[in-house]
Design a protein around this ligand. Structure first.
Ligand code: GTP
Ligand code: MG
Length: 200
């Protein structure tokens, strides 16, 4: 499951502009600032493959990265960023939904959840939307290194609460992995998980 080579292929503004290809792919999804781009960089151990930023909303397109010439990682725009009065609103543009519903080569969505904050309604809404549409997902909890968070609960406690809420809507809890792009926690586990899903 080693990553030897990563190649940026294309940024697409519409689902139908994505690469026409039958190689399998994984989409990285989550709230703005959850650490999507950082996770991609940590996975491939190369800085700035995907652009990161302290300012939310940096990734605005569907970005395809080809790994080992055999599968794709797709960096998507974060949700929860639109300056809407109701901050928990699902604010995906139709192109993101179109991507999920029409991308035949999508193996699974890696739904990133910030473990340093309590469960967020918008993340639960997103997980439930994917579930209703039968799109396979794996929860990837990010920022698990923030064990000494000054406010609120510890990541392991936040994760437990989140999972209790997910169990109310899923007959079977989807797979989940704890990660940190700072310490590298979960990196190998996630790579192995993805290689197992690809080989089904
Ligand atoms: P958008 O593209 O705007 O949706 O954001 P993103 O989800 O790609 O987040 P990004 O990777 O740009 O990271 C946002 C901020 O969180 C940056 O300041 C990162 O340094 C920080 N961050 C990301 N992952 C971790 C992590 O595992 N631990 C800690 N402590 N900080 C992290
Ligand atoms: Mg990003």
């Amino acid at each position: 499951s080693r990553i030897k080579e990563v190649e940026f292929v294309k940024s697409s503004g519409r689902a139908k502009d994505c690469p026409k290809d039958d190689r399998p792919e994984f989409a990285i999804l989550g709230r703005s600032n959850v650490g999507k781009s950082s996770l991609i960089n940590a996975l491939v151990r190369k800085k700035e493959v995907a652009l990161t930023s302290k300012k939310p909303g940096k990734t605005q397109l569907i970005n395809h990265f080809l790994v080992n010439k055999s599968w794709y990682i797709v960096d998507l725009p974060g949700y929860g960023f639109a300056k809407a009065p109701d901050a928990s609103r699902m604010d995906w543009s139709s192109f993101t939904k179109g991507y999920f519903l029409n991308r035949d080569t999508l193996v699974a969505v890696l739904l990133l959840i910030d473990a340093s904050v309590p469960p967020q309604k918008i993340d639960l809404d997103c997980a439930n939307w994917l579930g209703r549409n039968n799109i396979p997902l794996t929860f990837v909890f990010t920022k698990c290194d923030k064990m000494k968070a000054s406010k609120g609960k510890r990541p392991d406690e936040n994760i437990k609460l989140f999972q209790q809420l997910i169990r109310q809507n899923y007959r079977e809890h989807p797979p989940w992995i704890m990660t940190s792009s700072v310490t590298g926690l979960g990196r190998d586990e996630l790579l192995l998980h993805m290689s197992q899903l690809r080989n089904y």
